[in-house]
Design a protein. Sequence first.
Length: 690
Amino acid sequence: MQDRKIIPIILLVSAFLVAVMIFPRFARSEATITVVNLDGTGEGFNDPDPPDADSTAGGNSGATLGAQRLIAFQFAADIWGGVLDSDIEIRVGANFDPQFCNATSAVLGSAGAETAHRDFTDAPVASTWYPAALANKLAGADLDTTNDDIGATFNSSVGTTCPFPIVWYYGLDASPPASTIDFVTVVLHELGHGLGFQTFVSLGSGAKFLGYDDTYMLNLEDHSTGELYPDMTDDERVAASIATGDLHWVGLNVIADSVGLTAGRVQPSGHVEMYAPDPQETGSSVSHFSTSLSPDEPMEPSYTGANHNVGLAEALMADIGWVSGDLVDVYFLVDLTGSFYDDLPVFKEEAPTIISDLEDQGLDLKVGLGSFEDYPIYPFGSAASGDVAYRRDIDLTTDTGAVETVIDGLSTRYGADGPESQLAALYQSASGAGQDLSGVGYSGASIPAGQQANFRDGAVKLILLWTDAPFHYPGDAGDIPYPGPSFDDTVDAILALDPPKVIGVSSGDDPGTRADLEAMAAATDAIAPEGGVDCDGDGTIDVAEGDPLVCAHAITGTGVGDTMLAVIQAAVEPLTVDINVREPINLNSAKIAVAILSTDQYYAPDIVFTTVCFGAEATPGVGDCTESHGKGHVEDVNEDWVMDLVLHYDTAEAGLTIEDTEACLTGKTVNGHYVEACAKIRTKNPKKKK
């Protein structure tokens, strides 16, 4: 893991202010942001002067001017804390110092990440810099305990020693009096930079920071060439930084949340323009939204008025990694007995596709792998062949390349008799308890402790059990009675984990194997969703709705990739959303209007309109998959004070007929979660006049 110090970004203000209003988003989570006062005695946050009366009236109860500044700063920090999610405290070192200021303009403040980190544990993208606060969140640990995560400095000359006519306002009500600057708004802006709204690329040379990408630049595009920032040469990045109107943000979250913009959003792509003036402006270019955006955004390079909402910056934070897709942990538990000699090569070949297809769904994915043959005790397994009842080959990780490497190195062993140690493998995957068999004379058959799959809290937890044999049960005859756990003990260990679902994949369709897999799936509530499951993609439902989630493929391993994907995707159930279809639908008309309605469970504008298909059935890719206007429309359709998403589709392309009584929709949210909906409809097909 590498870390480096970073340069701050500045915010300017002119003497001419413009008011702004942004529709609020819902706060997703919570992070603790702590302000570290770096001012000396009698200055900045420690200024003993009497409090500002207007700020007191605006809800700031600080007893001194310095106290009001600190209260307002923490107020802004808490707004960001309600938007982002991190288990690691975010520390902001802050102070007031004199900065540029004259009669017509002033630097209000500057801020940025104190350090950047790459290639840390669970880094989503290798060889890529992340700002300290985000890196800590992703790693689940403070990667640099000696430095604050963010450094911020604000202009002490404003309202004191410089002739600039506008002074600081420390109220908490976003209603500054005339000729004042709302301090909370400025702090929100600067904290945005420190949290990741900045690139580490050298503006002047176009060089990557120490030769590596950063997470912000991954979503920057020069639309005139179609190239993304990471793929450009240094000179091309310099050119892009002055390509006014052509430097775009292309992250899906910003695209989805920017539908309310009336300017600065490019159609039909939904890209949002970034600040790229010619000539460059040090501290402003690239690391702000463009001033062309309307309504104004808080993360534009100049102060435009009081706004205590972070606006589109919340979506941008999601794009750089702060808000991830749905947490899904998949632990493959693989039978490596001799009968898998033909299945295993197919699995090795198809594993990269299985994993990449899951990643392409936008999931916050961790993958791990364990394997088993059986206890090396006659007749269950063979010590000479290296059989074990369970081994954890690689724990759950975001490093899917490492998982693919482990899979590529697997080999089959023996396994002796027919049934195998699936229950022992499941029990240890869930508990990590280990098993000491030295007391019965078989120390070599013991299972070391600590080999559990370390599932994340809040994740969809899936154990995919892949086998071609029935389970061994305690007491089965051998040199000693079979020493594995019981079915009930295994289920109890699994259910203790909030709990995982055990989904089954059978090589071949042996009745005994199928029965055991189905019993385990049913006991862990792994049930086929509405509509059932097509295990092999042939259009036929193989697992009926409500049945245990177990699929089978050919005994040779053919089709294992499609089968595993089908069973995993079925376990990650789509979100059912509410839609309102304007009816009756005139089949001779050009367009059909469809409203996706927000509820307490989801925010409709978070659905990416480019992923939505509308037609006669809820099958992804079926119907009309192109919004007629090339954008979504955000409005409060049902007058519940929450914004909804309205889309329009070509009547002919949707494929509806006069016999249809239902219309359906599929799509994905910005977090990669599949959504679906159906609604009753009425159609009409009036005769055309001659």
